[in-house]
Design a protein around this ligand. Structure first.
Ligand code: FE2
Length: 111
């Protein structure tokens, strides 16, 4: 498996998510954070996939919380948009877990 090719589609989706989130932040009158999280790297392909899977798990956990928060604010359109992102993030999680030969981890929901 060529990892770069496998990650090309999710990478484009992640960029699209960032643009959607920036629109939501702008709509809400906020300011997007500009400090990215540090990125773990490894020379070992399986370890890189595990790092990516951990990030997807954290991302899903956080989006689940954001959907609830958007609904609590009656921002149903934003909640719907976030649900679409969540569907893709869950697909990313499943693809990575499948590549690693493990069950997709349950992310839970952020506090
Ligand atoms: Fe993702």
């Amino acid at each position: 498996m060529n990892i770069a090719d496998e990650l090309a589609v999710p990478a484009k989706e992640e960029l699209d998510h960032a643009l959607q989130i920036a629109d939501h932040v702008d709509y809400l009158g906020g300011m997007p954070a500009v400090t990215p999280k540090s990125v773990k790297t490894s020379e070992k392909e399986a370890e890189m996939l595990r790092f990516d899977l951990e990030n997807e798990k954290d991302t899903i956990r956080n989006y689940r919380r954001r959907v609830k928060q958007a609904e609590e604010l009656n921002e149903f359109a934003i909640a719907e948009s976030l649900r679409g992102i969540l569907v893709q993030e869950q697909d990313h999680r499943t693809a990575l877990a499948t590549a690693l030969g493990i069950d997709p981890p349950n992310p839970g929901i952020a506090d």
